[in-house]
Design a protein around this ligand. Structure first.
Ligand SMILES: [Zn+2]
Length: 378
């Protein structure tokens, strides 16, 4: 059974390559498109490093992924645990390294509703859970999680194209990895089928098969929640220059709740966090220069850290973006910031603002990915 699945995976990847090459190189006439495009499957990492997984679904067929044996068929809640020898399931004597769960209807994994097949694999010390489903269906749920099921139609369409392209780009990079995309902000957020709506379904259908290309390949269409008035170039944030990820002015995201924000941090809290970077003792002064924070302590101690790294240290929940001006007042530093997210590529709140004043998804994509071409792959 599993060998069939592996074969499908391999053949669909090769097919993707062939399809991409043929479509992108223009060997297929525009509009004719790859007929099986809708069959692209996405492998989404919906859970990582887990010690326990709860499964709920009707007529769940549980197979040993490696040998293909049917281990169990049940409609009862099923718990899977990670043991030292393999996966442990009540009532199953063997300890497989990986299991595949098939069901004709929706399946809940740790109470999150998903469609398609679910594979649970021992990975390092925990379990990796990968949901495999058709690309276009995945996008319908993704739009609800990344933007919101009720956002303006043209913004949702721009997001559908950006997310479809982002997946194509990641997939080419991760051919040998056990999944294509993670379900968190590490890649793009996916919270299952519960966030699909009529609007998100329509946005995906109306942009079916459309991707952005650069030099005949899927572009790296990064996006973020809100830029706060101007986006940032890829080299400012990630170090590498990507021609179409430029800093552009954005007057359309002012309704974002994080357009401007302020966070106050006690220096005692900061010094504790900096221990992981080799810092010892108290912080006397904090200075800021060219995207760097400079911490000064007694005895001439000094530590420089980029604002991007500083945000990583405290987490994106506490510090919405790396774009802030720091000021010190006694034992507190105040961060006066703008935007939410890394600030590179499409600003989702800006896309919403543009859609609200009547711009279409093409002009939204044009602003945030200048020079990229819109192509229909299927
Ligand atoms: Zn913006």
């Amino acid at each position: 059974m599993f060998s069939d699945i592996k074969f499908e995976a391999v053949s669909s990847i090769s097919y993707l390559f062939v399809c991409l090459c043929f479509c992108i190189l223009g060997l297929l006439t525009p509009g004719k498109a790859c007929a099986s495009g809708a069959n692209y499957d996405v492998r989404i990492a919906v859970g990582r490093s887990l010690s326990k997984v709860r499964l709920d679904g009707r007529d769940m067929l549980v197979l040993d992924s490696d040998v293909g044996d049917v281990l169990l068929k049940t409609s009862k809640t099923l718990y899977v645990y990670c043991g030292s020898r393999g996966l442990k399931i009540r009532g199953v004597k063997v300890h497989p390294r990986a299991i595949l769960i098939r069901t004709a209807s929706a399946i809940k994994v740790n109470k999150r509703s998903l469609m398609g097949n679910v594979e649970i694999r021992k990975h390092g010390k925990g379990m990796l859970v990968v949901n495999r489903m058709p690309l276009e269906r995945y996008l319908m749920g993704l739009l609800g999680a990344e933007m919101g099921p009720k956002w303006p139609m043209e913004a949702l369409k721009a997001q559908a194209v950006a997310a479809r392209t982002f997946f194509m780009h990641r997939r080419l990079d991760r051919e040998d990895a056990p999944y294509d995309v993670s379900a968190s902000t590490l890649d793009q957020v996916y919270r299952g089928i519960a966030l699909e709506s009529d609007k998100t379904r329509k946005a995906v259908e109306q942009t079916r098969g459309l991707v952005l290309t650069w030099a005949n390949m899927p572009a790296e269409t990064l996006f973020h929640a809100c830029c706060g008035g101007r986006t940032h170039s890829s080299e400012e944030v990630f170090g590498g220059k990507i021609t179409y990820l430029r800093a552009v002015d954005d007057p359309d995201c002012s309704k974002c709740p994080k357009h401007r924000w302020r966070v106050d941090l006690k220096l005692s809290k900061v010094s504790k966090k900096l221990v992981s970077r080799g810092w010892k003792g108290t912080i006397g002064k904090v200075k800021q220069k060219k995207g760097l924070l400079v911490f000064l302590g007694p005895g001439g101690r000094k530590l420089e850290m980029s604002q991007v790294d500083f945000r990583k240290l405290f987490g994106a929940v506490l510090i919405p973006s790396p774009w802030f001006v720091a000021s010190q007042n006694g034992d507190t530093i105040s961060l006066h910031g703008r935007g939410s997210g890394h600030g590179v590529g499409m600003c989702q709140w800006g896309a919403r603002g543009m859609a609200e004043r009547g711009e279409d998804f093409r002009s939204i994509l044009n602003r945030y990915y200048p020079g990229c071409k819109l192509r229909k792959l299927f």
